[in-house]
Design a binder for this molecule. Structure first.
Ligand SMILES: [Zn+2]
Length: 449
């Protein structure tokens, strides 16, 4: 125990790691991150820690990289309950013949709560501390998020067609905004308006969404240019491509997150950049549904801010941000013929800082910096498959995986921990209960295979 001196400050938590990958700056070696009130209050050399701080909890991670928690910029958490329900199908067949009928039968507040909790458990174990969601019953998503202790941006979904959740676009909007009112002051939760896609939302509804977004200072999150079919349909129905239609409606701007953007013309990339829009790149989902490969290298050259998302577990089938970072980097190289495209450092930035920026949370999360929330993950670099280690950031993207995550903190609170050789332990989720709940949903959904 360090001796308390006049210069020693009492704090909640100090984490000392072999490496600290700050993302905003260099990788620090043998450094300590000091946390108080849920925020990072200091970052210093490990040998100086005791001289300055007396921590309630001190954690030593001699073989680990401490990194900012990963941010999953586009997902549908509750869809974990449909993981592997229908694979190997193109988007529209997959949606129309499997996912929508299953949702029609199963969708309820309970379904969303249970599925979202399963997703939170998966994400926390994979070093994800924040996700941007889009689904029905956002209040039920919020309940699961708060139980897990994660941070989330909840998309208040809007569609034209009726579901058991809401009857029409106005009703979706109303219910979403009501749900937001219930949690709006919670420090771990933020909201965006989430018109599902240009092909499921009419102009009139986009106009309303825009009005609310401006009045309430909310962002807008939608699926965009995911498939060539979507673009053909739009040309047919509106005489214009979806992005152009949204531009004409006035929806584009620095609060706009477009998920996918697989199919873009050069002038559309320019448009996204000029409006300051953000893209949520979902490489695994785009490949699995054979939608294509998003032109990420070109988008980066245009200066578009790009985060990474997993999309829902029904189309991925993992909520694994390590896998997405690696895939994003590899696809960028393979599709551009340039091995220097999207280096590891930049892939890690996409999964942290760039996503934070897209959510308007770049002053709060996304990097290890004094004043930001202590949303952190520790990754153990000691197993044969991660040795030797010349560059920990390279390992985070190319060699390590979510199975190497040992600790996940959100706002300084330890929400997940996995001791060597043991099953992971959550602060407030019981894995055996999750297994039981999931198994009962599996029985109910099996008929939609
Ligand atoms: Zn999606």
């Amino acid at each position: 125990m360090a001796k308390m001196t006049e210069e020693t400050r009492k704090v909640e938590l100090a984490i000392t790691a072999r490496w600290v990958a700050t993302v905003s700056g260099e990788v620090l070696e043998h450094a300590s991150v000091v946390v108080d009130g849920g925020k990072i209050v200091d970052i210093l050399q490990a040998e100086q820690l005791q001289e300055h701080y007396l921590a309630d909890t001190s954690i030593f991670l001699p073989e680990h990289v401490l990194m900012p928690g990963l941010i999953n910029l586009h997902t549908h958490a509750a869809m974990t309950l449909m993981r592997g329900l229908a694979d190997d199908l193109p988007l529209m067949l997959w949606l129309q013949n499997h996912i929508w009928p299953a949702e029609k039968q199963a969708l309820s507040e309970r379904f969303v709560r249970d599925g979202s909790l399963l997703a939170c458990a998966e994400m926390l174990a994979g070093g994800v501390t924040c996700f941007s969601d889009m689904y029905f019953y956002p209040q039920a998503v919020a309940d699961a998020v708060l139980q897990s202790g994660m941070r989330a941006n909840l998309g208040l979904v809007v569609l034209e067609f009726p579901t058991v959740y809401a009857s029409d676009a106005d009703d979706y909007l109303l219910k979403g905004l009501d749900a937001r009112d219930a949690w709006r002051s919670h420090p771990l939760l933020t909201a965006t308006l989430a018109p599902h896609a240009p092909y499921t939302v009419e102009d009139r509804s986009f106009e309303k969404i825009l009005t609310y977004a401006e009045q309430l200072g909310l962002g807008i999150h939608t699926h965009l240019h995911e498939t060539t079919d979507e673009i053909a349909q739009s040309l047919d129905k509106y005489g214009t491509r979806p992005l152009q239609r949204l531009a004409e409606l006035g929806v584009l701007g620095p609060n706009f997150i477009a998920a996918h953007c697989v199919h873009l013309e050069p002038q559309e990339m320019k448009m996204l950049a000029e409006f300051g829009c953000h893209v949520a790149h979902c490489p695994a989902s785009n490949l699995k549904l054979a939608s294509g490969i998003a032109p990420i290298v070109d988008l980066m050259q245009h200066g578009v801010n790009i985060g990474i998302g997993t999309d829902g577990a029904a189309s991925n089938n993992r909520l694994d941000m390590f896998a997405e970072m690696r895939l994003a980097a590899l696809l960028a190289k393979g599709s551009s013929g340039n091995a220097a495209a999207l280096p590891a450092k930049q892939a890690l930035e996409m999964a942290t800082m760039a996503a934070a920026r897209a959510l308007g949370l770049d002053n709060a999360i996304g990097s290890i910096e004094i004043g930001k929330f202590a949303d952190l993950a520790a990754v153990r670099i000691a197993d044969p498959e991660t040795l030797p280690c010349f560059d920990p950031v390279s390992h985070l993207v190319y060699a390590a995986g979510r199975e190497h995550v040992t600790h996940t903190w959100v706002a300084g609170a330890l929400r997940y921990q996995k001791l060597k050789g043991q099953e992971g332990v959550y602060a407030n989720i019981e894995p055996s209960e999750l297994r039981e709940i999931t198994s009962s949903w599996q029985s109910r959904l099996a008929q939609y295979k």
